[in-house]
Ligand binder design. Structure first.
Ligand SMILES: Cc1cc2nc3c(=O)[nH]c(=O)nc-3n(C[C@H](O)[C@H](O)[C@H](O)COP(=O)(O)OP(=O)(O)OC[C@H]3O[C@@H](n4cnc5c(N)ncnc54)[C@H](O)[C@@H]3O)c2cc1C
Length: 262
């Protein structure tokens, strides 16, 4: 088995390295010290195809694979870990979930814009009181007429302030009157570097049941991990089958997309 990179992969590495050294390296300290999101560089990465490396060309992607994706991240991280993480969160955490679990309409609407960099993507798993223990997430989604009302708090969302689309799994649905797929994709109009309009606070959440102390939860035996591609992750037995994909509106004023389970 050959482990060396192909000529095309070596060329990709060279291209990303040259870009990173020319466009990112001179500004790294300035951006870091000013806590600045380098929107102009992210746009250029989109033009280079580096925001859609993994996705098929029919969705605006470069149609390449994980080796190429890893090469791109590696070369960006060689110069600026933050830029690499922006690309990784955008690609793996946001776009890829929609690509893997979304329906065709959702892929055309979101993946095609995320892959080209027209949209920036984020992922909201972590909450103030749950990180690794994703099953303890408390955000709820409650059906109200033709809308879904999201209620909860997310934190540590890479790209969060600049994202046009965010995937938010899992969503607790114990308060919902109807079954709710635990994944939501709010969609706000694209914005560049200008400050975002504050989103009105949602109504107070219904009282959550008392939580088991974290130490006790960590001590409890964990279920065996479910492998990617296994029947369980594909939906058999309550896994992650794509849902019906219901477009909706949320009271925050964002136009979200309710999609299948991630
Ligand atoms: C640079 C960066 C970017 C991030 N971007 C995002 C993002 O885009 N979206 C998002 O949702 N989140 C993001 N996060 C948050 C990240 O996913 C969480 O920090 C992570 O899930 C860990 O959660 P926590 O911080 O609450 O730590 P905890 O889950 O509380 O873990 C604390 C410690 O306990 C250990 N631990 C946890 N569970 C167990 C267990 N069962 N048994 C033994 N030990 C355990 C952990 O290994 C760790 O050492 C980001 C974090 C960083 C650092």
């Amino acid at each position: 088995m050959a482990f060396s990179l192909t000529d095309e992969q070596n060329q990709l590495r060279k291209t990303v390295r040259e870009f990173a050294e020319a466009e990112i390296a001179p500004h790294v300290m300035e951006w870091d010290e000013a806590s600045r999101f380098p929107s102009e560089v992210i746009a250029k990465l989109g033009e280079l195809g580096l925001l859609g490396v993994l996705f098929p060309e029919k969705y605006g992607g470069a149609g390449l694979g994980y080796v190429e994706y890893a090469i791109a991240l590696e070369e960006l991280a060689r110069v600026d870990g933050s830029v690499s993480l922006i690309v990784a969160a955008h690609t793996s955490l946001c776009t890829n979930h929609i690509f893997v679990a979304g329906n065709e309409e959702q892929k055309r609407k979101y993946v095609s814009k995320l892959a080209t960099g027209e949209f920036i993507g984020a992922w909201g798993l972590t909450e103030p009181d749950s990180g690794s223990d994703a099953g303890s997430a408390r955000m709820t989604a409650v059906r109200r007429g033709t809308s879904w009302v999201l209620n909860g708090t997310k934190t540590f969302c890479t790209n969060g302030h600049y994202a046009d689309v965010a995937a938010l799994p899992p969503v607790a649905h114990n308060t919902a009157p109807t079954p709710v797929p635990p994944a939501l994709l709010p969609h706000a109009p694209p914005a560049a570097d200008q400050p975002r309009t504050p989103v009105p606070a949602p109504p107070a959440a219904p009282a959550a049941p008392p939580r088991e102390p974290l130490a006790a939860r960590r001590a409890a035996p964990r279920p065996a991990p479910v492998k990617h591609g296994s029947p369980a992750r594909r939906g058999a037995g309550g896994g992650v089958a794509p849902g019906p994909g219901v477009r909706t509106k949320v009271e925050s004023g964002m136009e979200p997309l309710m999609m299948g389970r991630l």
